[in-house]
Design a protein around this ligand. Structure first.
Ligand code: GTR
Length: 331
């Protein structure tokens, strides 16, 4: 019997490279594909920003590293995405700070109602020293097992459902879906409604079947997730301005060269501002698109909701009073 085996002896690739006039190691170089994940579909600002970061990464490494995006909750909800990043099953995940609070408690200051005066105030805070310190808190916490790469914008969250909401009394008896973090459920209860914690992936059908009467989010999400098909009234309560964060698996990070780490950090900072540009473009058109699809926009009495939610800021803000003061003083 004739056996034919083709294999390269150790060092053979180096000899082959030499014969071909290539630097040794060139043939052995493997291509790495990082998995990235987001709950939103392709084209959504946060997703597009990471796709663009992938292209830059590929160009900067001559194709050695690229990013494969898994959008639209293909890899699960945000809690699952965090867990997968922690074990190295995916490399990049874009997560709302709402879902990061349970991982690093300090982040919960951003999850308090009416903590930012407006989006610009929030941007000043995340772009400046407080933003850097909070990213560092995640990175230096061994239990987090993730590396925070940067921030992203996610606009202002408002209540939507079947009825207009202008004052807290309008929310009486209404079940409103909130993200899974006790602060949000209590915030909705303080606003006059019944906060229901529920995964984002279950929300569309819950709205459709009436398991909940409404939810709260920014206009691009209402549009991208098709919630406007079943929730036609968008009431501008403006109770939460929560930034998002994009994270990297610490497990993968620890195996990177210093040069690759530096490159990733540089591209991440660029991505933070790239997403903002995309966010502003999307926000500028989302309201018009939603109105064209029959969504009614209602102005709410923000002062009434601000007053109603004071107990939440008092309860959860007390231990971070110094940080809250610095946020307030950020101009
Ligand atoms: C969106 C955010 C998602 C997710 C979602 C939610 O604004 O982009 O990451 O957190 O809200 O309400 O669960």
């Amino acid at each position: 019997m004739l056996f034919r085996r083709h294999f390269l002896l150790p060092g053979a690739t180096a000899l082959l490279a030499l014969a071909l006039g290539l630097p040794s190691g060139a043939l052995a170089q493997t291509k790495t594909v990082w998995k990235a994940s987001d709950v939103h579909p392709l084209g959504y600002p946060t997703v597009e920003a990471i796709v663009r970061m992938g292209k830059k990464l590929e160009a900067a490494t001559s194709g050695r590293i690229s990013i494969q995006m898994y959008p639209s909750m293909q890899l699960g909800g945000e809690k699952e995405m965090i867990e997968q990043a922690q074990v190295g099953a995916l490399q990049i995940a874009r997560i709302s700070v709402g879902a990061m609070g349970p991982v690093v408690d300090e982040l919960n200051v951003f999850n308090l109602p009416f903590i930012f005066r407006d989006e610009n105030h929030m941007r000043k805070v995340i772009d400046g020293p407080i933003g850097d310190e909070l990213l560092e808190k995640i990175n230096s916490n061994p239990a987090s097992r993730i590396v925070a790469l940067g921030w992203m914008d996610a606009g202002v969250r408002n209540v939507y459902g079947k009825k207009p909401v202008t004052v807290p009394a309008d929310l009486k008896g209404q079940k409103i879906r909130m993200m899974g973090n006790p602060i949000f459920v209590e915030t909705m209860n303080a606003m006059g409604g019944n906060g229901i914690a529920m995964g984002f992936n279950e929300l569309y059908s819950a709205l459709e079947t009436g398991v909940v009467d409404g939810a709260e989010n920014n206009p691009p999400t209402l549009l991208a997730q098709n919630h406007y098909l079943v929730s036609k009234v968008y009431s501008e309560t403006g109770h939460l301005i929560i930034p998002e964060i994009f994270i990297f698996s610490k497990r993968t990070w620890d195996g990177l060269s210093a040069d690759d780490k530096a490159l990733l950090k540089k591209l991440s900072r660029e991505t933070q501002f790239e997403e903002r540009k995309l966010w502003d473009e999307k926000t500028a058109t989302a309201e018009g698109e939603l109105k064209a699809k029959g969504v009614q926009f209602v102005k709410a009495d923000k002062t009434a909701f601000y007053k109603a939610t004071q107990p939440i800021r008092d309860k959860y803000g007390a231990k971070y009073a110094a940080l809250l003061k610095r946020i307030e003083d950020t101009k």
